[in-house]
Design a binder for this molecule. Structure first.
Ligand code: ADP
Ligand code: MG
Length: 286
């Protein structure tokens, strides 16, 4: 595996509002290799957007270690923060319109987001990027004149304008139908793979599985399990793994817990090559 571009270890994030504290991330671990394309899934409120904001350099984690592209995001100064956002990361917000200036055309939006290269090259690079993302015929439209999937495509183009090493996209397909989702993911991953850009995409869409290297599940502010696809006997099969943190904690899949009615204590039995979990309900008194 190539050196990771993203390394999160034990990330904790607490929002403090008045006298209320919300623990949005509680010890999250995640590694993403350079050029790897990863999807993040998990229920609403599980901490996905919080993680994206931290990786984008917009929020500082309350505790834990976060390294992206050689930058320590727990201690970014103002100047380094600007350089980081310009050179390392591109971010599509959960509300993609937030990425776009409403009074600028598609082409102008991408040009305005581009800070690298001489001005004349910027215009042709912007037009080229929009073409690859399927907006070649819409260069002079404003965001309000675009369909939903085109708005998402334009927001992706602005996030990719500076050729980031890491693209972050928060639910880019949330409001799209199946046909638009498949087309967008296909075009986006072509652009990513060609440039070797790593990406973390938040999506609940099972269709994403065809386009990404793995899907990481977040539950209650932690990465709980991960699915990847491996070749076995000439066939691609789905491989689901639980993630163990450094302290040895794992989250059991909710379906397994429900099936055996596990709660409170369980008995662990070590065998030569596995650990067996046995319900201990009803014999808590030994
Ligand atoms: P997701 O993107 O998975 O839906 P979020 O990261 O948006 O989850 O939110 C995780 C938790 O943090 C939720 O309980 C949410 O209500 C809370 N939260 C998110 N943003 C804020 C904020 N700015 N202030 C207070 N609580 C927040
Ligand atoms: Mg969210």
């Amino acid at each position: 595996m190539t050196a990771p571009i993203v390394e999160c270890e034990g990330v904790v994030h607490i929002y403090k509002a008045a006298d209320l504290e919300v623990v949005a991330l509680q010890g999250l671990d995640l590694q993403v290799a350079a050029g790897e394309v990863v999807a993040i899934a998990g229920r609403s409120g599980s901490g996905k957007t919080t993680l994206m904001n931290i990786l984008a350099g917009l929020e500082t984690p309350s505790a834990g270690a976060v390294q992206v592209g050689g930058h320590d995001l727990t201690r970014l100064g103002r100047a380094e923060q600007d350089a980081y956002r310009r050179e390392v990361v591109g971010y599509v917000l959960q509300r993609a319109l937030g990425n776009l200036a409403p009074y600028l055309t598609a082409l102008e939006n991408v040009q305005a987001a581009t800070v690298t290269g001489p001005p004349r090259e910027r215009a042709s690079a912007a037009a080229d990027l929009l073409g690859r993302l399927g907006l070649g015929d819409h260069l002079f439209r404003r965001p309000s004149e675009l369909a939903g999937h085109q708005t998402q495509r334009l927001a992706l183009a602005t996030a990719l304008a500076n050729r980031p090493r890491l693209l972050l996209a928060d639910e880019p397909t949330a409001e799209l139908d199946t046909v638009s989702t498949v087309a967008l993911l296909g075009d986006l991953t072509d652009v990513l793979r060609e440039a070797g850009t790593a990406a973390i995409m938040v999506t609940h869409d099972v269709l994403v599985e065809r386009y990404v290297d793995r899907v990481v599940m977040i539950r209650d502010g932690r990465t709980s399990s991960e699915r990847r696809w491996i070749e076995r006997g000439g066939e691609v099969v789905d491989d689901e793994l639980a993630i163990m943190d450094r302290a040895g904690r794992i989250q059991l899949p909710q379906a397994y817990v429900a099936r055996l009615g596990l709660s409170g204590r369980v008995r662990l039995h070590l065998e030569p090559d596995r650990i067996v979990i046995i319900p201990a309900n009803g014999d808590d008194h030994d």
